[in-house]
Design a protein around this ligand. Sequence first.
Ligand code: AMP
Length: 273
Amino acid sequence: MKIIKDIQELKQELKLTSESIGFVPTMGALHEGHISLIKQARDENELVVVSIFVNPTQFLQGEDFSSYPSKDLADTKICELAKVDILFMPDTNTIYKKDELSVKAPQKRSYILEGFGRPGHFDGVLQIVLKLFNIVRPTNAYFGKKDAQQLSLIKQMVSDLFMDINIIECEIIRDDDGLALSSRNTYLGSDEKKLALNIVKSLRVATQEVMTGTQDIEKIKKSMEIVLKDMDIEYIEILSRDFKKLENIELKNSIILVAIRVGTTRLIDNIWI
Ligand code: AMP
């Protein structure tokens, strides 16, 4: 595995290949969720590139940018074991210059849910993903359904900007208790982890209701609120898979999304119905 920090060096390396490039962008502190994306990329492409870059422009003032978990050594080992060909780990000043052109996420879809509490977050996400796509020029790029709104906006960017990249949607990987894996789970103490499991419980209750024929979105949201009644809920929402309002649950076209805070840790999860 080659570890590359320099953009020109990476471009030079990739210029030599006529093979399909599978790309997995991450912010590091890799866990089984990331590994599942890398495995899928490995299965479906000749060349696999993983990037690790904690992107400053997607964090708001006061968020955990400076304390975001960093595990470069362990991450390198994980990538090696997963047979990654190139690990791209640029520095911030390699990626960003002063007073540069910036991408604007579409208003309606990016200022709800994650973007409501974190205005500008998706501008930063799209800015870095666009830069990384331009550097790596992947055939296939792999993203987790865990960040469903991010995934949807990246798909829109690729479509709106006529980019020739396949966006591959990957399933959410959970621990044995059902908690969706996240680099931020390391912030949780054991009592907080127990509380965090209510997020999974609420999604299970919602799924159960749908399975037994409930289509009424408000009713499902109420049942979830009951499960999460003592928790600091940021949002509970049920939308179509392209993030539009729905009258009722539509099978194979709905996503149930939740964001809660446990202590100082913000957790998101969702289920695709
Ligand atoms: P991050 O390092 O948090 O920016 O995540 C990098 C990629 O891994 C994103 O596409 C995430 O959606 C994906 N990812 C994070 N957690 C999980 C998970 N538990 N299951 C599947 N994909 C995940």
